[in-house]
Design a protein around this ligand. Structure first.
Ligand SMILES: NC(=O)C1=CN([C@@H]2O[C@H](COP(=O)(O)OP(=O)(O)OC[C@H]3O[C@@H](n4cnc5c(N)ncnc54)[C@H](O)[C@@H]3O)[C@@H](O)[C@H]2O)[C@@H](O)CC1
Ligand SMILES: Nc1ncnc2c1ncn2[C@@H]1O[C@H](COP(=O)(O)OP(=O)(O)O)[C@@H](O)[C@H]1O
Ligand SMILES: [K+]
Length: 490
């Protein structure tokens, strides 16, 4: 698990740690990690052309120190100082002593064009608002690809907002980011995450001084632990029964895909509620599903998935499913029938357009401020909100957030959301909380998208569904706890 901390939390931890260390020691830890990554990116440090862009703060200090160390190893190092009078004094002195040269702004474009590596040390966690003036012009040059070298952001791409993942104005677009101490929201939430490139974490010893993070990024091991594991004495009821209220004459495929997702998510049984004609299609594809015309008569379940491809005119059914007092997942058309606030466990799965409609704002506004709007909706409806898209953010009303690290833009295809809804609903029925069900489902679904894309280039939702069992098998390990005859390892 990667923990993400706020600037305020990082500053407090840095202060506490620095009080126990000699002056400058923390910066040297950061610089050592930064130099290691840079050296690994270069085809040999000796003779490489390195350009340092240094702002007035400690972020510029890191970059100048790294430039100095690379120069000591034989690199040609140039530095552009954005604010020469306030440049980090020790870093600048070290840079010059190592043979680094200062380049004025007029010559910066030429230096960037010839660079093998550019160090972006304009702004770090002290940055607020987009870049302005000369810094904005340099960032625009980098963004326009006016350097042949790798752009390495120090701690963060300069100009992004560290705590929100928003890009309020001009900013650096990096190929790599070397970040210090802990994760930052800007490294995991779009639009800022996109301009971080590949993120390298450098441990500088802040761990013991940081609080437990509100925002986390799960990994394979976390997901494996959270996935329900049928015990040896499980039966189909104890594994959880999920009801799926989805699909319509207009969108029968949504029902087929959502039921498919639900069947693969570990529930012991799936009950489908919908019109006969759709139920026939569902049963043709999934003979193991039980079907009935409405939530009231289809039989008992432990959780409902409501809304994918439901169309209009099913408000009574939605009300019945949401009013059953069970954990619910609400997707797509179901989102039009939300209660004022949820009293029980609820997981909402809007895409940006749907969330915009719910909150009465523009879609672009949601995409620009994903975390803010997911959190606002979680508070407003007292529900976990899984906002889909280039970064999937899962926000709980208690303030916890999980940002999903898996996925591919190849998932942006009709029907993949229906698979996700079924899968997450199945996990709810299996006993997971809405936060766990949403984040585990998003993780596995993202991996299935990646696997399907590797297999077919442009996968369909059916390809993503077909990839799910393999992904879940890999995540759980071949032998689950419920195995009666453990397989012999080959
Ligand atoms: N505190 C420490 O001991 C450590 C700090 N480290 C580095 O220090 C960085 C933070 O340094 P600072 O607190 O000096 O802050 P920054 O270097 O991020 O920013 C410097 C100053 O720039 C100004 N500024 C803010 N937004 C601006 C904008 N949009 N345009 C122009 N100027 C703007 C502000 O006055 C800010 O204080 C981290 O990101 C990291 O790179 C690391 O060396 C690890 C140790
Ligand atoms: N640019 C993107 N990068 C990664 N994943 C994406 C992107 N755009 C959409 N997705 C994912 O694709 C799925 C699409 O779901 P949704 O919008 O509900 O489509 P549908 O309703 O047609 O099934 C979601 O899991 C979403 O997170
Ligand atoms: K930076």
């Amino acid at each position: 698990m990667i923990g993400v901390h706020t600037v305020e939390e990082i500053r407090a931890a840095e202060d506490a740690l620095m009080a126990r260390l000699p002056d400058g020691a923390l910066m040297q830890r950061a610089v050592a990690g930064l130099v290691t990554v840079c050296a690994g990116l270069l085809d040999g440090v000796y003779g490489a052309r390195v350009v340092v862009l240094a702002g007035a703060g400690n972020n510029g200090g890191d970059a100048l120190w790294a430039g100095a160390r690379l120069a000591r190893r034989g690199a040609h190092a140039d530095a552009v100082l954005l604010n020469p009078d306030k440049a980090h004094a020790e870093g600048l002195a070290a840079f010059r002593a190592a043979g680094g040269r200062l380049v004025d702004l007029g010559a910066a474009a030429g230096a960037l064009a010839a660079a093998d590596l550019v160090l972006d040390g304009i702004l770090g966690i002290g940055g607020r608002g987009g870049l302005r003036g000369d810094a904005a012009e340099l960032a625009a040059l980098l963004r326009a690809g006016r350097t042949a070298g790798a752009v390495v952001a120090v701690d963060l791409s300069s100009g992004v907002d560290p705590d929100t993942g928003e890009t309020p104005g001009e900013h650096v677009v990096a190929d790599h980011t070397v970040t210090f101490g802990t994760g930052k929201t800007a490294l995991v939430v779009d639009p800022a995450a996109t301009v971080a490139g590949v993120v390298h974490h450098v441990d500088i010893g802040l761990g013991p001084y940081l609080p437990s993070p509100e925002l986390t990024v799960l990994d394979d091991a976390d997901v494996a632990t959270l996935l329900p594991d049928p015990g040896r004495e499980s039966d189909k009821y104890s594994r959880g029964v999920v009801g799926v209220l989805a699909g319509s004459a207009q969108f029968p495929g949504a029902a087929v895909l959502a039921v498919g997702g639900a069947l693969h998510g570990g529930a012991g049984m799936v009950r489908y509620a919908g019109p006969d004609a759709v139920a026939v299609e569902v049963r043709q594809r999934w003979p193991e599903a039980i079907a009935g015309p409405s939530p009231d008569v289809v039989g008992r379940v432990q959780a409902w998935t409501v809304g994918s491809g439901l169309g209009d005119g099913r408000e009574d059914d939605v009300r019945a499913a949401l009013g059953a007092g069970l954990p619910v997942l609400v997707d797509a058309d179901g989102l039009r029938g939300l209660p004022e606030r949820f009293a029980g466990p609820a997981l909402l799965t809007p895409h940006a357009g749907e969330l915009a409609r719910l909150l009465g704002v523009e879609r672009a506004e949601v995409e620009a401020r994903r975390l803010h709007h997911a959190r606002a909706a979680a508070t407003r409806w007292n529900a976990v909100v899984l906002l889909k898209g280039s970064t999937t953010v899962v926000a709980a009303p208690d303030g916890r957030v999980r940002v999903n690290p898996t996925g591919t833009s190849a998932l942006a295809a009709a029907g993949t959301g229906d698979v996700l809804a079924g899968l997450a609903g199945s996990l709810l029925a299996g006993g997971l909380s809405p936060l766990d069900a949403g984040s585990v489902a998003a993780y596995a679904h993202g991996l299935a998208g990646q696997r399907a894309a590797a297999g077919s280039g442009y996968p369909s939702a059916a390809d993503v569904l077909a990839a799910l069992p393999g992904v879940l098998r890999s995540l759980r390990g071949v032998v689950g706890a419920g195995a009666v005859h453990p397989l012999t390892a080959e």
